[in-house]
Design a protein around this ligand. Structure first.
Ligand code: HEM
Length: 191
């Protein structure tokens, strides 16, 4: 069963998720190499500066922060495997996470949740462009379920049980908005 705080985040960001999954070239059946690499570079430009701060915060061990901190490295790996040496521009204003609080958990919900669609996207990409590297899309692999569950448990105990849903929702919305704006500016998302 879905926890109340999870429900708030899912419902409160549904329209924003739709904008991404309908506007990303990556999600289309005719995605090509250029679209894919543009998306990987753009995502990396947003994720790397955020990831460096987010998982350095003083989270409890149970959140398994260190296991979550390597998504930028997977993106670099894919770009390298694809022989792409185009410089990566970094987003100057990713969501500001300053403390391991409900707001930062809302931001982390977006970063962690973005792994959930990966399997589906990987399958689609495999059909149309089997030669493109997919380290990031494969993401946590077998650990996807356990890591998502551990994240939701922590979200529930630290934001839900303390009545901090509004702060968590603000973090999640800010993260989606910042990511969407950045991907558009990098031409990785339809206007
Ligand atoms: C960087 C872009 C993306 C972000 C930040 C993102 C974010 C999220 C989040 C936060 C969730 C969790 C929803 C929940 O609370 O249950 C989710 C789930 C999901 N996303 Fe995305 N998403 C992205 C791109 C996509 C794309 C392009 C697709 C496919 C067209 C997609 C398909 C899915 C699916 C199928 C789920 C549900 C998976 C499940 O319940 O097991 N996502 N995503």
């Amino acid at each position: 069963m879905i926890s109340p705080v999870h429900q708030v985040l899912r419902e409160g960001t549904r329209d924003r998720h739709e904008t991404l999954d309908q506007g990303l070239a990556l999600a289309e059946s005719h995605v090509d190499r250029d679209d894919y690499l543009t998306y990987l570079r753009a995502l990396l430009g947003w994720l790397e500066p955020l990831e460096q701060r987010l998982w350095q915060l003083d989270w409890p061990e149970a959140l398994r922060a260190s296991e979550r901190a390597g998504k930028s490295a997977w993106l670099y790996e894919d770009l390298k495997m694809a022989g792409d040496a185009t410089p990566v521009l970094h987003c100057a204003h990713p969501p500001a996470v300053a403390a391991p609080d409900a707001y930062a958990l809302g931001v982390a919900y977006v970063v962690e949740g973005s792994q959930l669609g990966g399997r589906f996207l990987a399958k689609r990409l495999q059909e149309v462009a089997p030669d493109l590297p997919q380290r990031y899309l494969h993401g946590y692999g077998e650990q996807l379920g356990p890591l998502w569950k551990a994240f939701l448990l922590h979200l529930d105990s630290e934001a839900g049980a303390l009545g901090h849903e509004p702060q968590a929702l603000q973090g999640a919305r800010d993260a989606f908005d910042s990511l969407t704006g950045w991907l558009r500016s990098q031409r990785a998302l339809r206007a």
